[in-house]
Design a protein around this ligand. Structure first.
Ligand code: RP5
Length: 168
């Protein structure tokens, strides 16, 4: 199966967080590939990934980067594919720097920005799956399954809480 989602990150130190996106995609049955490419340290490599993604069958790109995080913006500048950005907390500013750098794109170059860190990485994977689900019933079924599973987990937590409060 060829990858439909490309996950890019500024450094291998981002992988612990960005692997959450890959896990969420795997739950939805979506094949992904992940690479390190930095907007600052390897600008040509980042631009090449952006330029070549659509031609390789990629449909959504997820970019995670920390500090002055320009990766998602640079990639969005080089492709017409949807780009999702995950700001990472890898500097002394705890991700606020990356959030602002990722979210404040000028009009005309959209980056769909998620939350800082692991929740954002997971949501980027889930959102990429939902985009793909529009044209893929098998992925759509997995997305619905994930929603049902999440609801069931919350209900189970409430039942456990009620039981604890009753003292049994
Ligand atoms: C950013 O700088 C990367 O995305 C990473 O979050 C951060 C630190 O990178 P390393 O110094 O760990 O390579 O470009």
């Amino acid at each position: 199966m060829t990858a439909k989602v490309l996950i890019l990150m500024g450094s291998d130190s981002d992988w612990e967080v960005m692997s959450e996106a890959r896990k969420a995609l795997a739950e939805a049955g979506v094949e992904s590939e992940a690479h390190v490419a930095s907007a600052h340290r390897t600008p040509e490599r980042a631009a090449e990934f952006a330029r070549e993604a659509a031609g390789r069958g990629i449909q959504v790109i997820v970019c995670g980067a920390g500090a002055a995080a320009h990766l998602a913006g640079v990639v969005a500048a080089g492709t017409a594919l949807p780009v999702l950005g995950v700001p990472l907390a890898s500097s002394d500013l705890s991700g606020l720097d990356a959030l602002l750098a990722t979210v404040q794109m000028p009009a005309g170059v959209p980056v769909g920005t998620l939350a800082i860190g692991k929740a954002g990485a997971r949501n980027a994977g889930l959102l990429a799956a939902r985009i793909l689900a529009l044209g893929d019933p098998a992925v759509a079924a997995k997305v619905e399954e994930q929603r049902r599973r999440m609801s069931a987990e919350v209900e189970a937590k409430d039942q456990a809480l009620q039981k604890r409060m009753r003292g049994d």
